[in-house]
Design a protein. Structure first.
Length: 240
């Protein structure tokens, strides 16, 4: 029969296993370091795995496939439950699970010092791991920060992260061009503004350039600011 089913782009799959962990039916398995649709008749076509994929490697397609076999899914689930005590490799990556973080408001008396509160608004925060269509991107003020800025600039949480969705990365260590991923995020979501926080070192220019390329490929009307931090924690330049 022709029906909707998931499609996995092997080239984009990074092998994290988050989709396999999210698939309640057990249709997805890990093989050769990649996610594969091992049981077409287990896939119900609802796509619980889509938002879990940090690489955007999963999509829908309609094609000739076996009908959804609920009985087989239940039988496989029961077999899995009965063998829970048998140790097996963990296929998923809990660190890639998408989460929105809400921080409680705190009140302090004049004699009390305000406790430091994290302003990280979502997980994951690495550019490489963040799903393109994560719900927390909708209408977001976006902070794209070099890894080292969190260690160099002491007040990064209050001054830059507060009220923003934070993505971090290092183009030198990751040895990658973030522009395509960032362009997809900008195109696919109602991003309201972008703030780039970089270090003064030359390699951080790669992060700034990636953001500018992404904005050109996405929507150039989005306001963008570039802030440069010195290695001793001072603001050297702020392009407003």
């Amino acid at each position: 029969m022709i029906r909707k089913i998931i499609k996995i782009d092997e080239d984009r799959c990074n092998g994290c296993g988050a989709c396999a962990a999210a698939c309640h039916e057990g249709a997805i398995e890990m093989a050769g370091g990649k996610a594969v649709l091992a049981h077409e008749d287990y896939c119900d076509g609802l796509g619980d795995c889509l938002p879990e994929c940090p690489a955007g490697a999963i999509s829908f397609e309609e094609r000739e496939v076996p009908a959804y076999n609920e009985a087989a899914v239940l039988a496989a689930r029961q077999m899995k439950e009965s063998s829970r005590d048998i140790k097996s490799p963990h296929a998923g990556c809990p660190g890639s699970r998408v989460r929105r973080i809400e921080h409680p408001k705190t009140e302090n008396t004049p004699s009390q010092a305000a406790p430091a509160v994290s302003q990280l608004g979502q997980w994951p925060c690495q550019i490489k791991l963040a799903p393109v269509n994560a719900p927390y991107f909708s209408g977001a003020e976006l902070l794209i920060a070099a890894d080292c800025t969190a260690y160099a600039y002491a007040s990064i949480h209050e001054d830059f992260m507060k009220g923003r969705i934070t993505l971090i990365g290092c183009p030198k260590l990751d040895d990658t061009d973030y522009s395509e991923k960032l362009a997809e995020i900008i195109r696919s979501n109602d991003i309201r503004s972008v703030l780039v926080l970089r270090m003064e070192v030359p390699c951080c220019g790669g992060l700034e350039m990636a953001v500018k390329k992404a904005l050109q490929a996405g929507r150039t009307c989005i306001p963008c600011r570039i802030v440069t931090v010195s290695i001793d924690g001072k603001i050297l330049d702020a392009d407003y």
